[in-house]
Write a protein that binds this ligand. Sequence first.
Ligand code: NAD
Ligand code: 0WE
Length: 264
Amino acid sequence: MALLTGKRALIVGLLSDRSIAYGIAEAMHREGADVALTYVGERFKERVTELGATVGTKLVFDMDVSKDESIEATFAALGKAWDSLDVVVHSVAFAPREALTGGFTAATSRESFRIAHDISSYSLTAVARAAQPLMQGRAGAILTLTYLGAVKSIPSYNVMGLAKASLEATVRFLAADLGPIGIRVNAISAGPIKTLAAAGIPGFRKMMHHVAAANPIRRNVTQDDVGNAAAFLCSDLAAGITGEVLYVDGGYHNVGMSFPEAAD
Ligand code: NAD
Ligand code: 0WE
């Protein structure tokens, strides 16, 4: 039987068919969930509406997670279409571009720190709070996306690493707070994937080659790999898992030394 039959999932953070959120939407749709999508910015409405059709939904909302009114309006609109909600996927990150270039000390301004933490970390708590009334009394699941830069220094990831560390701590606090009302909260730490958020990061291609050569599975992970793990974590098969960070990185984070010439 499909993993998510009868579940309703709101997926936040769709920008293109390369978005990790889209891989998750496809996997959840395949596993029987009804999905709703959010994007940010009127100019992406048409594109996301078309992507929505491919995952069987007409429910697409413009939601800017840096604005409480926008979050509230989205959940009010969602509540008119759905009387309950089982799954929320948070697949959002942003830091000003200049903060992701060059050395950490020079690149990290007070303002870029604030923006990175607001949009990439605080927003999970804001969305969880707004989702709570619709998720009440069900076997609910909240999932966010993180990266190795939360726990290791990575060149140029800079203030995003600090924001992801905060996001991972948020997962643990939300899990403790919402577990008693039946909501599990987890994160997937994905390996590098070429999405719009990754495009234009200097050296990203090189980074992907390095990871594929060094990790145990000798390839980069895909949106499908992440989507499948997301479907599992948000399904009742994962009923015993909360507050967890699941690495979907081909085992990269567990490697202490590797001989890249062994890659094909
Ligand atoms: P993406 O560009 O497709 O998605 C990023 C999303 O964040 C976009 O949909 C964008 O609209 C959204 N966003 C930015 N500011 C927002 C705001 N104020 N309100 C609402 N949404 C906003 O890129 P992606 O790689 O799919 O990123 C999704 C998540 O995956 C991010 O949390 C990212 O950190 C994480 N991640 C990505 C990789 C990777 O290598 N691509 C690896 C690990 C984790
Ligand atoms: O979380 C991310 C990237 C998130 C991101 C991307 C951008 C690019 C455009 C946040 N803010 C912005 N701001 C922009 O203006 N990833 C996990 C992908 C990523 O980004 C890196 C990486 C990896 C991996 C940046 C440097 C080094 C590695």
